[in-house]
Ligand binder design. Structure first.
Ligand code: KDO
Length: 331
């Protein structure tokens, strides 16, 4: 099936869903709710693609889904505030960004806590997540619709020196995303973190402003960081997630049927993105080797021990609800 045929099939599916939901004829464009999503991600990122393929067409009966990529609408890290102020309807947010408002979210930013993509989903759907979701909704006006898999973050360096242990990262200028929890993770790994927006990474690697960055393999390919780096160290230090954030104000304006569509299609888009991202992670090691990069596993146990110790001894851990780590680990 060509992509335009599959797109038409999806649109037809969305129309019948809308009819089944009692929405009758789709609303005229002028009456439709605009759902602008702002993200630093590229349009070719698997989360972006899945939302465009699944979510956009499915809500088309009553809303216009309008994604803005590469942080062109809002700067990375400012999206939640934009939603809270009523200036934006959707974003792909992170636990790190939520932790700037609610410190307890830092538990989901800690290295070596989530085990894999399925574990992330279990955690997100578990009752332990309820107080987190309620807080974001009540105090920030942000509804966390679903959890999106970003992938296992790996070190990606422009330097030659082999990295076996955290000690080998001493003095390495490692670009980390702009939030304190990210800088903490960089230090916990043994590096010198440098806060920098996602959209600036390629140039910073090219010019040597930083020695490296960390992101999952699909991002390293999608954003072409492999062109300006020499090695990938498979630390898997964070099984990274994002949440699909939705304005509570807009949510409350939707009918129950429309809300059900938004929720269902958000989950389906997340599932499609997750499957594709996992498949890519499995196949990309060879891709990077073919491009001439060194790709290898360091002493992961040494990284895990250092990172976990740093978090347990940190002030972040003091903000975590009692017993939450045990609950997460048990899932
Ligand atoms: C990044 O800035 O490195 C990061 O991977 C952090 C994530 O939380 C997320 O914002 C992501 O960028 C963007 O979606 C771009 O992939």
């Amino acid at each position: 099936m060509s992509s335009s045929t599959s797109r038409r099939a999806l649109l037809a599916g969305a129309a019948s869903l809308a009819a089944a939901a009692g929405l009758g004829r789709p609303a005229p464009a002028a009456d439709k709710i605009k759902l602008r999503l702002s993200t630093p991600a590229t349009p070719t990122d698997q989360r972006s693609r899945a939302l465009e393929e699944v979510f956009g067409p499915a809500v088309a009966g009553f809303a216009i889904y309008e994604p803005h990529y590469n942080a062109t609408l809002f700067k990375q890290g400012t999206e939640l505030e934009a939603i809270a102020r009523g200036n934006l309807e959707m974003s792909i947010t992170s636990a790190q960004e939520l932790a700037t408002f609610f410190p307890e979210f830092s538990v989901f930013t800690a290295g070596y806590v989530h085990r894999d993509a399925a574990h992330q989903v279990r955690v997100f759907n578990d009752p332990l997540m309820q107080p987190f979701k309620e807080k974001a909704e009540k105090e920030l006006g942000v509804k966390l619709l679903t959890v999106m898999y970003l992938g296992r973050r790996q070190l990606n360096l422009r330097t030659d020196k082999k990295i076996r242990t955290p000690e080998d990262l001493a003095g390495v200028k490692l670009r980390m995303p702009p939030a304190d929890t990210w800088q903490f993770l960089g230090r916990a790994l043994g590096a010198n973190p440098v806060p920098m927006a996602f959209t600036e990474i390629y140039t910073a690697l090219q010019t040597g402003a930083v020695d490296g960055q960390d992101n999952p393999l699909p991002t390293v390919r999608d954003s072409k960081f492999f062109e300006v780096t020499k090695q990938i160290v498979l630390t898997s230090h964070l099984v990274d997630l994002n949440y699909l954030a939705f304005s509570k104000k807009v949510w409350d304006k939707l009918t129950p049927e429309q809300q059900a569509i938004v929720q269902k299609e958000a989950d389906e888009a997340a599932e499609l993105g997750r499957k594709r991202q996992l498949a890519l992670e499995a196949e990309l090691v060879q891709f990077f080797k073919d491009k001439g990069l060194e790709v290898y596993e360091p002493d992961v146990a040494a990284f895990r021990a250092r990172v976990q110790k740093a978090y347990l001894e940190s002030d972040y851990a003091k903000a975590w609800p009692k017993g939450i780590l045990d609950k997460i680990n048990a899932l």
